[in-house]
Each structure stands twice: as C-alpha cells, then as structure tokens.
Design a protein around this ligand. Sequence first.
Ligand SMILES: Cc1cc2nc3c(=O)[nH]c(=O)nc-3n(C[C@H](O)[C@H](O)[C@H](O)COP(=O)(O)OP(=O)(O)OC[C@H]3O[C@@H](n4cnc5c(N)ncnc54)[C@H](O)[C@@H]3O)c2cc1C
Length: 383
Amino acid sequence: MTHDAAVLKAQKVASDVLAPSAGQNDKLGRFSTEAVEALGESGLLGLTLPADVGGSGLGPSTFAAVMATLAEADASVAMVYLMHILGAATISAAHSGAAETVAPMLREIGAGRHLSTLAFSEAGSRSHFWAPVSRAHRNAKGVHLSARKSWVTSAGHVQSYVVSALAPEGTGPTDSTLYLVPAETRGLSVVAPWDGLGLRANASAPIALEDCEIPSDLQLTDDGAGFQAMLNVVLPLFNLGTASVALGLCRAAVAGTVTHLKGAKFEHLGQSLGESLPTLRAQLATMQIDTDGLSARIDNLVDQLEKPRETTMLRVLETKAAAGDIAISVTSTAMRVCGGAAFSKHLNIERLFRDAHAGAVMAPTGDVLREFIGKSLLGIPLF
Ligand SMILES: Cc1cc2nc3c(=O)[nH]c(=O)nc-3n(C[C@H](O)[C@H](O)[C@H](O)COP(=O)(O)OP(=O)(O)OC[C@H]3O[C@@H](n4cnc5c(N)ncnc54)[C@H](O)[C@@H]3O)c2cc1C
C-alpha cells in the first residue's frame, strides 16, 4: 500500500463507517466494532508493520495523515486506532526471546484480525506511566502479575494488551518490563464501564490483572528495558498520533462552524450569520490560523522523525503539548461562535469540544510535557 492509497482508504472508512454513526456512538458510549472491522478489511491495522508479516511498512507521514482523517470523522475511533498502532509497534519491536511467539500475532494484525492496545497507566502512579507500581514476580515458566490499570482504550474489545510492570528484580521506579497479555488470559478483567466526558465511544475502561501467568516468551523487552521502549518506540508515535487527532478535531470544528455560519439565518436582516457578523468571521479566521499552525507543527515533527536530529525529542514533547491546547482553544471558539445551537447539541461541535479535552490529560499530560521541556532547556535531568 502506498501513502496515497492508505489515505484514500482512511477517507473511505471515515466517510462510510465513522461519520454516519459517530454522534450516536458518542451518545450511547458505544464502542464501534464496525469501525475496527472496516479498518482491518482496509489493511490499515497493519499500516506501520513490516511487509513480512503482511504490513504496509509505512512511516510517520502516512500515520499522521491517516490519524487526522479518522479523527475528523470520529476521534473515539481514531484513538482506538492510535493505541492499536502503538501496541503493534511495541510487539513488533519485541526482543529476540519473544520474536517467534509474537510472529503469528503480528501476521494476524497484518491480516486485519487482531486489535491491540497499551495498558500502562496505573491507579497507583496515575499519569506517571513511566513508573508502574505493580511488579511482576518470577516463577518457573515466566512471571505472574497483579496490577490495576486505570485507563485502557479499547478495554474488552482487543485481542491483546501490552502491559507494563516493574521488573521482578528491578531496583528503581522506572525499571519496568513490557509483556504481551492475550485478552483471554485467566485473571484479566475489565472492572468498570467507561463513561467519560469525551471520547465516549472508545471504551477507555480500567482493567485488573489478578495473578496472571505470563510465559517468558511473551515478555516483550529485556528485564528493566520497558522504560526505554516507552521512550523510543511509544512516545514519538503517541505524541504524533495525539497531535494528529487534535488536528482532525480542529479541522472538523472549522468545517462545522463554516457550515453553521453559512446556513443559519437572521431572517429579519436577510443575511446568514457569517454575512452579518464580522466578529464571527474574525473568530473563524483565528480557528483556521491555529489549525493550519498545528498542521505545520505536525509536518515538522514528521520531518524530524524521518530524519532524527538533536532537536527531535524536543519537538516530540512540544508538539503534543501545543496540540492539546490548540484543540481546546479551537473547539472552544467554535462553541462560542455557534452559540446556543452548539450548546443545545444541535451541531456536532459540542462532541468535538468534549473530545478535544482528552488530549491534554492523556499522559504525558500537557503539564508534564512542559515540566520536561523546561527541565531539558535548563539541563536538569528529567527523571
Ligand atoms: C480517554 C482516555 C484514554 C486513555 N487511554 C489510555 C490507554 O489506552 N492506556 C494507558 O496506559 N492510559 C490511558 N489513559 C490514561 C492517561 O494516559 C493518563 O494516565 C490519565 O489520564 C491521567 O489521569 P490522572 O487523573 O491519573 O492524572 P494525575 O496524575 O492525577 O494528574 C492530575 C493533574 O496533575 C498534573 N500533573 C501530574 N504530574 C505532574 C508533573 N510532574 N508536573 C506538572 N503537573 C503534573 C496533570 O497534568 C494533571 O493536570 C487514558 C486516559 C483518558 C482520559
């Protein structure tokens, strides 16, 4: 699959499957299994995997474009897709001890029949996902693990979870290991339904692992090397992906606002809202400027990831921090410009507004990113 073919497929899934049901799924808090099927059938679940497992081997540029396209139609599904791509990337980067065992799963992902996700955040360490408080305990076959994972996107709808825990012999707070835990593993359960303010249709529920047996060939990283995988494999793609979701939300907010300003009338003046009020036109213009600014930031991050250099990690941190704020700002302006019609849920703007608030609180949160950026500028160690 080429870049253009992937984006076309994403556009088709977005217009045929996501857009028609996004509003209703949001209202009901319903996870869209049709969306996952469509993503699988279109070959998008294996977008970034290598060709030898049936993937398309495409890079950050295509990934970002696909993410933004999906998010413009339904940010809940886009986030399901993002967490899957991250799960797949982590499984694909497994160390040699797991390579043979995970190969069939990677082929299932390549064939569009396997959805994965990340289960990092824990009730005990909250948004500090790099410091799990759960610890794996070694036994004859591998490890056994008990953990309380506080939010896991697609919980109950995946075939596998990529789970973090402190390594059995780890001594520091970031000495974690990553494990691949098949959904049918005894002791793994979804403990509560998901009922969020936004991203309501992505089943970001808590899961519990109660004394789960994990064989050594499902250990994805060396002991204590989970933290490096989080930084090197997950963080760049996660930050690019969440920024692209924010861009999709901004684009949808601009489009929805344009439609409303053209369609809603002051009948007594014989004009549309947009024709009548310069203040609304100015606010719309600000939304467009911010949206295009975010798009340029994402293009820059893609370039940095494709040709890594000294500033790349800084851009990784900055882009997600900026994107979270921009999405909140653009969708908030859309709420104001579209007035009572948006407030009364006559338009899709309020869904975009609620969805946009997730980006800044998903770890690394906007505040933590600022803390990291400030420390790195001052030469202070981050951890
Ligand atoms: C919709 C959704 C989907 C999610 N999906 C997943 C998933 O699939 N997998 C997964 O592992 N996790 C997932 N998460 C969890 C997410 O990544 C965060 O861990 C979670 O949102 C943190 O919430 P908290 O209340 O624990 O934050 P807290 O840690 O309690 O933070 C509270 C506030 O303190 C601020 N803060 C915390 N630490 C610092 C610091 N050092 N410096 C400055 N400010 C700080 C935060 O920015 C925040 O404003 C999801 C969350 C949401 C909302």
